[in-house]
Design a binder for this molecule. Structure first.
Ligand code: GLN
Length: 308
């Protein structure tokens, strides 16, 4: 069966599901999103774009921004980043603080909040948050080839007003010297990167460099092949927090989720996929988004654990 039919059928199938998970409400602005939405976009290595459902509806990318932020930080400081952030799955919730005490303020990986806050600190590089935020926005626009991508200021303000756990994480790591700028500047930058809005179509396009071994489809190089593979490896092992093992087991390709209900998934050499459904499972990952990716992987045979 061809990909267009498979994707249309997955979208139709998701539309019939009663259980959709629960929309994140700890960021009040995100609680306003309609849980009935579902979108999917697949861009293939030969440039075909296939979409279904609400694929052109912008949503808050939230923690998916951690992939782009990590890519930028590695470009700035290279492997020195790994002196300040680990590369192991945490086995804990995305906003957990417990491991930081034993591990001297070094977060387990760049995709849990603590790790992403250190990455935001690196990306700040002595500048004001607006400089780092501008750089991030330019980067995702370049990756997606779309200058319409923007930040939802209401979401950023909503998280700034309520993000006490992230403030606690940042202050705690500052006490260990692993956050080096003033905490309000680091979090200003982090909350704005999380509040970037993209549609499934834009997100799949932005993910192309990770399916293309680090190349931009325009021929430019975003990262080296080795770095692209390593980012994919981290997405597979850490991209879904304490459900990363389950995601690898069920879907079998690297993926990064966000509490806005989006997931970016990469089939190296084959496709970049974005799904969005705002209802979350208990781990804070999109419930239907995961189910849709599981069905897509099963029906296409896409997996990093089998020949292409
Ligand atoms: N901005 C969110 C937070 O820091 C991102 C979390 C997520 O998407 N898992 O809580």
């Amino acid at each position: 069966m061809d990909l267009v039919t498979i994707i249309a059928e997955i979208a139709a199938h998701m539309g019939t599901r009663d259980h959709r998970g629960r929309v994140a409400n700890y960021i009040p602005e995100l609680a306003k999103v309609d849980p009935a939405r579902f979108g999917i976009a697949v861009v293939t290595v030969d440039g075909r774009m296939i979409t279904a459902g609400d694929a052109d509806e912008p949503f808050s990318i939230q923690s998916i921004s951690k992939v782009f932020a990590l890519t930028l930080a590695l470009g700035k400081v290279g492997d020195q980043l790994w002196d300040r952030v680990g590369r192991e799955p945490s086995g804990n919730a995305f906003n957990s603080i417990t491991q930081l005490e034993h591990e001297q303020g070094i977060p387990r990986n760049p995709f849990i909040n603590a790790g992403a806050i250190v990455v935001a600190d690196v990306n700040l590089g002595g500048h004001q948050p607006r400089v780092a935020i501008g750089e991030m926005l330019r980067f995702v626009r370049y990756l997606a080839g779309d200058d319409a991508i923007a930040i939802n200021e209401a979401v950023a303000a909503s998280e700034t007003a309520t993000g006490h756990r992230n403030m606690a994480l940042a202050h705690y790591m500052r006490a260990f010297g692993n956050v080096r700028h003033p905490v309000d500047l680091v979090l200003g930058s982090y909350f704005h990167q999380c509040a970037i809005e993209m549609s499934c179509r834009q997100l799949a396009l932005a993910g192309r460099y990770l399916m293309l071994d680090g190349r931009h489809p325009d021929g430019g190089r975003v990262v080296s092949p080795r770095r692209a593979r390593r980012i994919n490896a981290l997405m597979l092992t850490c991209g879904h927090y304490d459900a990363s093992g389950d995601f690898a087991f069920r879907v079998g390709i690297p993926g990064k989720s966000g509490v806005g209900g989006g997931i970016l998934a990469i089939v190296p050499g084959v496709a970049a996929v974005a799904v969005w459904s705002p209802g979350l499972n208990d781990n804070g990952n999109s419930y239907l988004g995961t189910l849709a990716l599981e069905e897509l992987a099963r029906r296409t045979g896409w997996s990093v654990f089998s020949p292409p």
